[in-house]
Write a protein that binds this ligand. Sequence first.
Ligand code: ADP
Ligand code: MG
Length: 269
Amino acid sequence: MSRQPFILTAEGLNKSFAGFQAIRDLSFYLDIGELRTVIGPNGAGKSTFLDLITGRTRPDSGALMFEEKDDLLKLNEYQIQRLGIGRKFQTPTVYTRHTVYENLLLSLAGSRGLWSSLFHRTKPAEDERIDEILQVIKLSDRAYDRAGSLAHGQKQWLEIGMLLAQDAKLMLVDEPAAGMTDEETHRTGELLMSLAGPRTIVVIEHDMTFVRQISAGRKVTVLHQGGILCEGSIDRVQNDERVIEVYLGRKSRARAKPKAKPQANSHAA
Ligand code: ADP
Ligand code: MG
């Protein structure tokens, strides 16, 4: 039996900014339907990797293919989005003055454009799809409120809903739990897990409680200095010596540091 094609194949990617190598010989293979978590210290190149996939930034070298047939390096950002690759940025980017419903309608309509979407009667099928998405993201009771009035976590869910409305096959989600309460974070984890399978999701995240929640039985990738340091189950990754050294260890050492003792070195003067 032949294997399923990878939904995303990255091979030997490199990207420098003014001499600083943000992405270094990065190869990454993603199966259809995966929920893959990517972790790594600040500056590891995580967001830059997403920028390369979406065409926002171009690599200096390497290959980037979608479903093993579309060469992403030959397409612009808009064409990449049309292929079914959706991106959620770290900070929510919803239309705050429009209602939750209108935000979803705009994403659903896509190329139809802002004004014609808002001022033309919606088709029953569109209404139905928006209702479904509202239920999935648990915002049915906020449908006719302005997006700007939503709590931070709810804005993030709306944005995930907008990726669903766009019908993204591959959803790239950058630090969804940032700024969320524990309760919102947990619900976000449940939402992403419920979407994986029919869709493929890459989640970049720092919050290790959240990472453990969504990565049970799945693969985690650790980025460091623009390349892959380690890949595997969360337990394998958290026990990897190199990961402990560059990432988790550094954090726990920082936490273990005793409270500042301003006088400690004064005798040395
Ligand atoms: P992460 O998301 O893992 O924290 P980033 O991908 O945002 O890391 O950044 C990786 C490195 O590349 C950082 O040192 C950052 O300053 C640098 N970088 C990212 N984008 C740009 C850019 N457009 N211009 C210059 N430097 C950049
Ligand atoms: Mg980032």
